[in-house]
Ligand binder design. Structure first.
Ligand code: BGC
Length: 854
C-alpha cells in the first residue's frame, strides 16, 4: 500500500512493527528495531513485589505442584456459564480452590443480571476527574458483583479514546493516558476491596468496533508505550489489578492474546504483572503461540487452550513448566485478591436477590452530578424559581438513554428515573409541560407496502458496485429485507442491488426516513440523495427531506462487500419513515413558547459492535433544538450521549449540560443540577470537535482501516495533543467545564522534588456559592524529547466555599516526565527546560512557569 500519502507527524515515533510499513524515526534518533526487547528505564523496571504478593505466588506454586495435568488445563479455559455471568472456571474441590465466575461490565453488573444498580457510564465517572469517587464507585459496584456470586468483574474498560466515534466510548474513560491511569487504578482498588478480581480490558489498542475481530492495528512502539499502554501499566503497578483481558484485534500483525511483545515483554516483564491474562470472548487464535506469549486463559470455551493445550504439553510443544506458570498466574490473582478466604454465594442461589441498595442509588446520583459537565451557561442555570418549564424530547421520557449497548448494558433494579420524572418530582408546584418533539432515535415504522404502489423492482448484481450484467430481477413489496435474496445467495464474497419504484407521500411536508443496514446503502428520492447509510455504524441512520403530496421516484442501492478473506455481512435493509416530523417540532416549539424555560433532552445510542459515522446528533434532534430555541430564548440542552457531539445550535441556546449516559438515577441527578441543589462538577475527559472534519485519522486507512489494517499514523497526536499540533479549534477543549461559581488561580510556585517537579497554586472561589474546580497541570518537554506541545501530568479537584482560598499542590514524579524515544533509549527523561502550564482546561492555562530538570 502507499504509505507516502499518509501524514506522519514528527512524533509518530519509531518502531512500527509491521512488514512493509515505513518506520518513521524522529530526526536525530537511531532507526527503530521493532522486535527489540524493551530496555530497562525508569518506567520499565517493575517495582519489587510486596511480601503479600510473594506469598500469593508461593501458595499458588504449591497448589500447582499438587495438580494433575487435567486439573491444570482446567485453568486455561472457560466452560459454559449460566444466567447472570458470562465466564466460568469450575471449582477444584480436591484442592479447595473456589470456582471462578466472571461477569460484565464497566457500569454495573451485566449479562442479564437483575436486582443490580444501573450506574452512570464510565465516561461520567471519568468526567468527575476524581479518583476518590472512582474508588467509591469501584467499592459499591464490586460489592454488587460479590453479592451476585461473581468473583471476577470484567471491568474497567480503559482503552484510550483514539477517536470519539468509537462505539464503546461510553464504556471507557478518556483520550488522555495520565487521567486514564489514575482513574483505572482508583476504580480497581475499589473493586478489589470486595475480594473480587478486577479485569482491566482490552489490552491493547482496541479503539474501534469496525472489524474489531480481525483488524490489525499498525501502531508505533512509541505510541503504544506513551498512549495505549500507560493506563494498563497504572492498573498493574498502582491498582494491583488481578486480571487483564486482551483485545480482539491484532497489534502490529499479531493477535493480542498471542502477542508476546504486549503480554510477556511489556505487561509481565517490564511492569511485573503476576496475575491472570484472559482473552476476550472468542479472541484466542492459537495454542502454542498463545501459551508462549505470556497469556493464560481462553474465554469463554476451550478450543485452543483445552484439549489442544493438553496435547501440546504431552507432545512437548508447550513445556509443562510453561503450563505451570500459566496456572500459577491465575491462582496468584485469586490468592492475592483474597478469593480463597472470602467465599461467595453460588450465583444460582442469588439470581433473584436484589443487591442494589439505597446507598448505591445515592452514589449513582452523586456520580451523575459530579460527572456532568456544564458546557455553556449564559446565566440561565441554575434555574431560579421559574414560572413554568417545558421539557422536550423523546429522550426526556420514553426514550431516556441511561446506558449504552452490548456487554456494557445493565438492567436496572426498580425504576429508571427519566429526565422528565426527575424534573417533575423536583419542580413541586412549578408547572411542567412535556412535548415529545421527535420520535427519537430508534428505527421508524417500516414503510408499508402500500406506499410503494405496485412494488419495487429489485435488480441484483454479482459485482459490489452495481456494474456488469444483472444477475436477475424481481419485484418486491417492501424494503424489509432481512435475508439474503435468493438471486445472490451464492455470492458469499459480495453482491449489490438496486431497488427502484415510487414512494407515495400521503401528505405534504417533512419526511424522515430511517435505514437499518448490513451493507452500504443509499436512498434517493426524485433523484436527490437523502441518505447514505453505512454498515457497522449506527444501528439506525436517518435522512430528512421535504416532499409534496403524491408520487415520487425512489431509488435505493445496496452494496454487500465481504472483508478481505471473510464473508459478506448479514443482509439487512429496512426502510422506515415518518411523515410530518416537523409537526412534532412545531408542537414542541409551541410548548416552549408557553413556558418560561425550555429544557431539551437529546440522546444518541452507541454500543459495542458499532462505531459512529458522524458526531452529529442522530435523527431530527438538531432541527428540534433549533425550532425550540427560536421559540424560547431560555433554552437549556441536556445531552445524554456517549461522548462528543456536534452542536450547530450552540449559539442559540443559553445552557448546555453534558450528562452522558447517567444510569437509573439520571433524572434525579439532572433535576438537582437544573434547580441548583447541586452544581455539575465535571470536566471534559475528551475533546469535543467543532465538526466531523476535525481531529486525526481522516483517511480511510487511518480509520476505519483498509479492511485488513488500520494505521495509527497520528502517533502520539490524539485528542488534545492533535488539536495543539493542528491548530484546529475544537468546540470544547479537553478538561473544560464551567461551575455555578467562579474561580481565580494565581501565585504559581514551581520547585524540584525527587527528580520530578512540584507546582503549587492558589485557588480562590470568587463567586457567591460553593463549588468545585479541577486544577490541571500540563508539561511541555524540551524539543529534544520530540513530544506534543503540552500534556497532562497532574490534576487536583478542590471544593471551596464562596470567598475561600486554598493552595493546590500538584506533584509530577520524575517517571511521569519520561518519554519513550526509541527502543534503544527506552524510557528516559530528557534533561532541559520544561515549561509548565496550570489552569482549568487544556486550552486555558493562565499560570505559566519554567523549570530545569537534569
Ligand atoms: C467484550 C468484552 C466482554 C466480553 C464478555 C466481549 O464481546 O468485548 O468486553 O467482557 O464480551 O461479555
Amino acid at each position: 500500500m502507499d504509505v507516502t500519502r499518509r501524514s506522519m507527524l514528527k512524533w509518530s515515533g519509531a518502531g512500527v512493527a509491521a512488514a512493509g510499513v515505513v518506520a518513521v524515526t524522529p530526526a536525530g534518533l537511531a532507526a527503530a528495531d521493532p522486535a527489540a526487547a524493551l530496555p530497562a528505564g525508569p518506567l520499565t523496571t517493575p517495582p519489587p513485589p510486596s511480601a503479600q504478593a510473594q506469598a500469593a505466588v508461593k501458595k499458588a506454586r504449591q497448589l500447582v505442584s499438587k495438580m494433575t495435568l487435567d486439573e491444570k488445563i482446567a485453568y486455561c479455559h472457560g466452560i459454559p456459564a449460566t444466567k447472570g455471568f458470562t465466564g466460568h472456571i469450575p471449582a477444584n474441590d480436591r484442592l479447595g480452590i473456589p470456582a471462578l465466575r466472571l461477569a460484565d461490565g464497566p457500569s454495573g453488573v451485566g449479562n442479564g443480571s437483575t436486582g443490580v444498580t444501573q450506574w452512570p457510564d464510565s465516561k461520567a465517572l471519568a468526567a468527575t476527574w476524581n479518583p476518590a469517587t472512582a474508588t467509591d464507585y469501584g467499592k459499591a459496584y464490586g460489592a454488587e458483583q460479590a453479592a451476585k456470586g461473581h468473583n471476577i468483574a470484567l471491568a474497567p474498560c480503559i482503552n484510550i479514546l483514539r477517536l470519539p466515534h468509537w462505539g464503546r466510548s461510553f464504556e471507557t474513560y478518556t483520550e488522555d493516558p495520565f487521567l486514564n491511569g489514575q482513574l483505572a487504578a482508583a476504580t480497581i482498588r475499589g473493586i478489589q476491596t470486595n475480594h473480587v478480581i478486577s479485569t482491566v480490558k482490552h489490552f491493547a489498542a482496541n479503539n474501534q468496533e469496525i472489524l474489531r475481530n480481525s483488524i490489525d492495528v499498525v501502531v508505533s512502539a512509541r505510541a503504544l508505550q506513551e498512549i495505549y499502554y500507560p493506563g494498563f501499566r497504572a492498573a498493574v503497578q498502582q491498582g494491583q489489578v488481578g486480571a487483564v483481558m486482551t483485545s480482539y484485534n491484532k497489534v502490529n500483525g499479531t493477535w493480542a492474546h498471542e502477542n508476546r511483545i504486549n503480554v510477556q515483554d511489556a505487561l509481565r516483564d517490564a511492569w511485573g504483572f503476576d496475575g491472570m491474562v484472559m482473552s476476550d470472548w472468542g479472541g484466542t487464535h492459537s495454542t502454542v503461540q498463545t501459551a508462549k506469549a505470556g497469556s493464560d486463559t481462553e474465554m469463554p470455551g476451550g478450543t485452543y487452550l483445552g484439549d489442544a493445550l493438553k496435547a501440546a504439553v504431552q507432545n512437548g510443544s508447550v513445556s509443562e513448566a510453561q503450563l505451570d506458570t500459566m496456572v500459577t498466574q491465575v491462582l496468584t490473582a485469586m490468592i492475592r485478591v483474597g478469593l480463597f478466604d472470602h467465599p461467595l454465594p453460588d450465583p444460582a442461589t442469588v439470581v433473584d436477590t436484589v443487591v442494589s441498595t439505597p446507598a448505591h442509588l445515592t452514589l449513582a446520583r452523586r456520580i451523575g452530578v459530579e460527572g456532568s459537565v456544564l458546557l455553556k451557561n449564559n446565566g440561565v442555570l441554575p434555574l431560579a424559581r421559574p414560572r413554568s418549564i417545558a421539557v422536550i424530547g423523546n429522550a426526556a421520557d420514553a426514550g431516556a438513554q441511561t446506558h449504552g449497548g452490548g456487554s456494557g448494558s445493565v438492567n436496572p433494579n426498580g425504576t429508571v428515573v427519566t429526565p422528565l420524572a426527575g424534573i417533575r418530582a423536583r419542580a413541586g408546584s412549578i408547572p411542567v409541560t412535556y412535548a415529545q418533539g421527535t420520535l427519537g432515535i430508534a428505527a421508524l415504522p417500516t414503510v408499508p407496502a402500500a406506499a410503494f404502489g405496485s412494488g419495487l423492482k429489485a435488480t441484483y448484481y454479482t459485482s459490489t458496485d452495481l456494474t456488469g450484467d444483472p444477475l436477475g430481477t424481481e419485484t418486491i413489496a417492501a424494503l424489509n429485507v432481512t435475508a439474503t435474496p435468493a438471486a445472490v445467495a451464492a455470492q458469499t464474497d459480495g453482491w449489490s442491488a438496486r431497488y427502484t419504484g415510487t414512494f407515495n407521500a400521503a401528505e405534504a411536508g417533512g419526511y424522515r426516513f430511517s435505514l437499518s443496514v448490513g451493507g452500504v446503502t443509499t436512498l434517493s428520492i426524485d433523484g436527490k440523495k437523502v441518505l447514505t447509510a453505512l454498515p457497522g455504524r449506527e444501528a439506525v441512520q436517518n435522512g430528512l427531506v421535504t416532499l409534496t403530496a403524491g408520487s415520487h421516484t425512489l431509488e435505493v442501492t445496496y452494496v454487500s462487500a465481504a472483508p478481505a478473506g471473510g464473508r459478506a455481512p448479514r443482509t439487512s435493509l429496512v426502510l422506515g419513515s415518518q411523515a410530518g416530523y416537523d409537526k412534532l417540532h412545531q408542537a414542541a416549539a409551541d410548548a416552549a413558547r408557553a413556558a418560561e424555560v425550555a429544557v431539551v433532552v437529546l440522546a444518541d445510542l452507541t454500543s459495542e459492535g458499532m462505531d459512529r459515522s458522524t458526531l452529529a446528533l442522530p435523527a431530527d434532534q438538531n432541527e428540534l433544538v433549533a425550532a425550540v430555541a427560536k421559540a424560547n430564548p431560555n433554552t437549556v440542552v441536556v445531552l445524554n450521549t456517549s461522548g462528543a457531539v456536534l452542536m450547530p445550535w450552540l449559539g442559540s441556546v443559553k445552557g448546555v449540560i453534558a450528562n452522558w449516559y447517567a444510569g437509573q438515577e439520571q433524572g434525579n441527578a439532572l433535576a438537582a443540577m437544573l434547580f441548583g441543589d447541586e452544581e455539575p462538577g465535571g470536566r471534559l475527559p475528551e475533546t469535543f470537535p467543532a465538526s466531523d472534519q476535525q481531529g486525526p485519522a481522516k483517511t480511510t486507512v487511518e480509520f476505519p482501516g483498509d479492511g485488513v489494517q488500520v494505521y495509527y499514523d497520528e502517533g502520539l497526536a490524539i485528542g488534545y495533543r492533535w488539536y495543539q499540533h493542528s491548530g484546529e479549534k475544537p468546540l470544547f477543549p479537553f478538561g473544560f467545564g464551567l461551575s455555578y461559581t467562579t474561580f481565580r488561580l494565581g501565585n504559581l510556585r514551581l520547585s524540584r522534588t525527587g527528580g520530578g517537579l512540584r507546582a503549587q497554586a492558589t485557588v480562590t472561589n470568587t463567586g457567591r456559592r460553593a463549588g468545585s474546580e479541577v486544577v490541571q497541570l500540563y508539561v511541555a518537554a524540551p524539543d529534544a524529547a520530540q513530544e506534543p506541545a503540552q500534556q497532562l501530568k497532574a490534576f487536583g479537584k478542590v471544593t471551596l466555599k464562596p470567598g475561600q482560598s486554598t493552595t493546590v499542590t500538584l506533584d509530577v514524579p520524575r517517571d511521569e516526565l519520561a518519554v519513550w524515544l526509541s527502543p534503544s533509549t527506552g524510557w528516559t527523561v530528557v534533561p532541559g527546560n520544561y515549561s509548565v502550564g496550570v489552569g482549568t482546561s487544556s486550552a486555558d492555562l493562565p499560570l505559566r512557569g519554567r523549570i530545569t530538570v537534569s
